[in-house]
Design a protein around this ligand. Sequence first.
Ligand code: ZN
Length: 142
Amino acid sequence: MSYGVADTASRSQGHSAPCSNRDFDFHYEGLEAGRLLVQQCVHCGTLRNPPGPACPSCQSFAWKALALRGTGTIFSWTVHFHPPLRGFEMPHSVALVEMDEGLRVVGAMDGVKTPLDIGMRVRTEFMRRGAVAGFRFVPAGD
Ligand code: ZN
Protein backbone atom coordinates (compact mmCIF):
# COMPACT_ATOMS: atom_id res chain seq x y z
CA MET A 1 0.00 0.00 0.00
CA SER A 2 1.29 3.41 -0.89
CA TYR A 3 0.63 6.53 1.12
CA GLY A 4 1.65 8.90 -1.63
CA VAL A 5 0.24 12.36 -2.09
CA ALA A 6 -2.51 11.07 -4.36
CA ASP A 7 -3.90 8.98 -1.48
CA THR A 8 -4.14 11.90 0.91
CA ALA A 9 -7.22 13.42 -0.70
CA SER A 10 -9.18 10.15 -0.65
CA ARG A 11 -8.34 9.44 3.00
CA SER A 12 -9.46 12.89 4.06
CA GLN A 13 -12.93 11.92 2.87
CA GLY A 14 -13.61 9.52 5.73
CA HIS A 15 -11.04 6.73 5.42
CA SER A 16 -9.38 5.54 8.61
CA ALA A 17 -5.75 5.57 7.47
CA PRO A 18 -3.38 7.69 9.51
CA CYS A 19 -2.22 10.98 8.13
CA SER A 20 0.34 10.75 5.39
CA ASN A 21 3.41 12.83 4.73
CA ARG A 22 6.93 12.36 3.45
CA ASP A 23 8.30 11.75 6.97
CA PHE A 24 5.80 9.07 8.02
CA ASP A 25 5.01 7.16 4.82
CA PHE A 26 7.96 4.75 5.16
CA HIS A 27 6.77 3.81 8.66
CA TYR A 28 3.32 2.78 7.43
CA GLU A 29 4.79 0.96 4.44
CA GLY A 30 6.95 -0.95 6.92
CA LEU A 31 3.89 -1.94 8.93
CA GLU A 32 2.30 -3.28 5.74
CA ALA A 33 5.34 -5.56 5.46
CA GLY A 34 5.31 -6.52 9.15
CA ARG A 35 8.33 -4.39 10.02
CA LEU A 36 8.63 -1.69 12.69
CA LEU A 37 10.73 0.92 10.93
CA VAL A 38 12.39 3.99 12.42
CA GLN A 39 14.74 6.54 10.91
CA GLN A 40 18.48 6.26 11.35
CA CYS A 41 20.71 9.22 10.52
CA VAL A 42 23.16 8.29 7.77
CA HIS A 43 25.64 10.88 9.02
CA CYS A 44 25.87 10.09 12.78
CA GLY A 45 23.78 6.92 13.23
CA THR A 46 21.27 8.42 15.68
CA LEU A 47 17.90 6.64 15.72
CA ARG A 48 14.79 8.79 15.86
CA ASN A 49 11.10 8.27 16.46
CA PRO A 50 8.64 9.73 15.69
CA PRO A 51 9.91 10.44 12.19
CA GLY A 52 11.11 13.90 11.26
CA PRO A 53 12.93 15.63 8.44
CA ALA A 54 16.27 16.20 10.19
CA CYS A 55 18.50 14.51 12.74
CA PRO A 56 18.12 16.10 16.20
CA SER A 57 21.80 15.40 16.93
CA CYS A 58 23.60 16.63 13.79
CA GLN A 59 20.79 18.23 11.73
CA SER A 60 21.56 16.04 8.70
CA PHE A 61 18.65 15.45 6.32
CA ALA A 62 20.13 12.10 5.19
CA TRP A 63 18.48 9.06 6.75
CA LYS A 64 17.70 5.43 6.12
CA ALA A 65 14.99 3.14 7.45
CA LEU A 66 16.02 0.68 10.15
CA ALA A 67 13.82 -2.27 11.18
CA LEU A 68 13.68 -2.65 14.95
CA ARG A 69 13.74 -6.12 16.50
CA GLY A 70 10.41 -5.20 18.08
CA THR A 71 11.29 -6.03 21.68
CA GLY A 72 11.71 -3.69 24.60
CA THR A 73 10.60 -2.77 28.12
CA ILE A 74 7.72 -0.58 29.28
CA PHE A 75 9.09 2.81 30.32
CA SER A 76 5.67 4.35 31.07
CA TRP A 77 2.02 3.83 30.20
CA THR A 78 -1.39 5.47 30.24
CA VAL A 79 -4.96 4.75 29.23
CA HIS A 80 -6.51 6.36 26.16
CA PHE A 81 -10.14 7.33 26.78
CA HIS A 82 -10.83 10.02 24.19
CA PRO A 83 -11.13 10.73 21.32
CA PRO A 84 -12.52 7.50 19.82
CA LEU A 85 -10.08 5.90 17.36
CA ARG A 86 -11.18 3.65 14.51
CA GLY A 87 -9.94 0.12 14.94
CA PHE A 88 -9.50 0.43 18.72
CA GLU A 89 -11.73 -0.64 21.57
CA MET A 90 -12.09 2.20 24.02
CA PRO A 91 -10.58 2.74 26.48
CA HIS A 92 -7.28 0.98 25.81
CA SER A 93 -3.81 1.09 27.31
CA VAL A 94 -0.90 2.77 25.56
CA ALA A 95 2.73 2.18 26.45
CA LEU A 96 5.92 4.12 25.96
CA VAL A 97 8.42 1.34 25.29
CA GLU A 98 12.19 1.59 25.55
CA MET A 99 13.16 -0.52 22.56
CA ASP A 100 16.22 -2.75 22.81
CA GLU A 101 17.93 -0.48 20.25
CA GLY A 102 17.73 2.39 22.80
CA LEU A 103 14.97 4.66 21.50
CA ARG A 104 11.41 4.90 22.76
CA VAL A 105 8.27 4.08 20.77
CA VAL A 106 4.64 4.75 21.71
CA GLY A 107 2.27 1.90 20.94
CA ALA A 108 -1.14 0.63 21.92
CA MET A 109 -1.40 -2.30 24.30
CA ASP A 110 -5.08 -2.87 23.66
CA GLY A 111 -6.30 -6.15 25.05
CA VAL A 112 -3.80 -6.12 27.93
CA LYS A 113 -5.28 -5.50 31.37
CA THR A 114 -4.01 -2.58 33.42
CA PRO A 115 -2.13 -1.77 35.49
CA LEU A 116 0.86 -2.44 33.27
CA ASP A 117 4.19 -3.07 34.96
CA ILE A 118 7.00 -0.62 34.38
CA GLY A 119 9.92 -2.69 33.11
CA MET A 120 7.68 -5.42 31.64
CA ARG A 121 9.22 -7.03 28.59
CA VAL A 122 7.11 -6.63 25.47
CA ARG A 123 7.25 -7.61 21.84
CA THR A 124 5.62 -6.14 18.76
CA GLU A 125 2.57 -7.75 17.22
CA PHE A 126 1.54 -6.69 13.74
CA MET A 127 -2.14 -6.59 12.86
CA ARG A 128 -4.68 -4.63 10.89
CA ARG A 129 -6.99 -1.97 12.21
CA GLY A 130 -9.64 -2.02 9.54
CA ALA A 131 -7.93 -1.30 6.24
CA VAL A 132 -4.79 0.02 7.91
CA ALA A 133 -1.72 -1.98 8.89
CA GLY A 134 -0.84 -1.40 12.51
CA PHE A 135 1.05 -2.75 15.47
CA ARG A 136 0.67 -3.09 19.20
CA PHE A 137 2.85 -4.21 22.05
CA VAL A 138 2.04 -7.43 23.89
CA PRO A 139 3.76 -9.13 26.85
CA ALA A 140 6.87 -10.89 25.56
CA GLY A 141 6.28 -13.95 27.69
CA ASP A 142 10.00 -14.70 27.94
ZN1 ZN B 1 22.75 12.71 12.80
